[in-house]
Design a protein around this ligand. Structure first.
Ligand SMILES: Nc1ncnc2c1ncn2[C@@H]1O[C@H](COP(=O)(O)OP(=O)(O)OP(=O)(O)O)[C@@H](O)[C@H]1O
Length: 293
């Protein structure tokens, strides 16, 4: 008989605002144990999933499953991309942007079935000032919101929505200078998202035609807009119509430099970070092995 594959599940107990105590039991029930030998660890703080993933790759784990949202995936995948190991996803986050783009079911039993089938594909990753991201990074309103969200006790889609709706009334657009594959653009923007995948999560699309295997990033510039047009912007994103809308400009590229008015927050896969006024983003084509449907 072939050796079993050592697979580690790193579970974020707080992602998505749902209890995860039963998750190991459920995985144990549905995972193909002829093929896999499972282990389970819960993250205890920000950065812990990354530390555990580092330890695991040094201990012969070839597959690590991030059981959480985009932040958990980011911590685990940042390690796996460097070590050429395989990522699995159980989407148990609030937005689940990357998992939604990749059509990984949010039903845990179905998501485990995807792992059982063990189809491995390579996708692009990107770095922002040297830090990996896999779904979306951004600045402007997005980053402002994710900084507030991470300091609040609210989680889940409703949490995001409640904070977002208050902030949209007071946020002021910023001026940016962008150099995308050597071409210069000056734009005032409400937000700039740099998209590897198509969506923030919860089927809110910023770049509906984005591909995680095209070797390109989509720089999505949300132009300043009067508040009266907020429902239109919401419609555009929920109906995946950014390409047809005059409210969003999308420029594709591999190498992006953005100079902004001042230092401030950015977000990397939804997790906020304070950075200086110059941001550099690059794509790493087909650099992450991942289990996909
Ligand atoms: N035990 C813990 N206590 C507090 N924070 C944790 C713990 N374990 C992990 N974290 C942090 O929780 C944050 C949020 O995780 P994650 O992004 O997976 O969930 P989410 O925000 O609910 O989902 P999504 O990003 O898909 O919207 C990450 O920054 C992660 O580092």
């Amino acid at each position: 008989m072939q050796n079993k594959i050592n697979i580690l599940f790193i579970i974020n107990p707080i992602s998505g605002g749902k209890q995860k105590g039963q998750v190991p039991t459920i995985i144990d029930r549905y995972l193909d144990k002829e093929r896999f030998s499972p282990n389970f660890l819960f993250s205890e703080h920000v950065g812990h999933a990354k530390e555990m993933a580092e330890e695991a790759v040094n201990k012969n784990f070839d597959v690590i499953v991030a059981a959480g949202g985009d932040g958990t995936i980011n911590e685990v995948a940042s390690v796996l991309a460097r070590h050429n190991k395989i990522l699995g996803i159980l989407p148990l986050g609030s937005g689940n942007g990357l998992a939604s783009h990749l059509k990984i079911s949010k039903n845990i039993k179905d998501a485990i079935e995807i792992i059982n089938k063990f189809k491995i594909v390579q996708i692009d990753s990107a770095t922002l000032n040297g830090k990996f991201f896999f779904n979306l990074a951004g600045m402007g309103f997005d980053a402002h919101l994710s900084a507030l969200f991470s300091n609040s006790k609210k989680r889940g889609f409703n949490g995001y929505f409640q904070i977002g709706i208050k902030q949209v009334f007071t946020y002021k657009p910023q001026l940016y200078e962008l150099i995308i594959d050597g071409v210069k653009y000056t734009r005032k923007a409400f937000a700039i998202s740099i998209a590897n995948s198509s969506q923030y999560g919860n089927n809110v699309f910023i770049s509906p035609l984005a591909s995680v295997t095209d070797g390109l990033l989509d720089v999505c510039i949300i132009k300043p807009f009067p508040l009266l047009k907020l429902p239109v912007l919401s419609y555009v994103m929920l109906r995946a119509k950014a390409e047809e809308s005059s409210m969003i400009e999308i420029i594709k590229g591999k190498s992006i430099i953005i100079k902004r008015e001042s230092e401030g927050p950015v977000h990397i896969d939804g997790e906020p970070l304070l950075l200086g006024d110059t941001i550099e983003v690059n794509i790493n084509p087909l650099s992450l092995k991942i289990i996909l449907p």
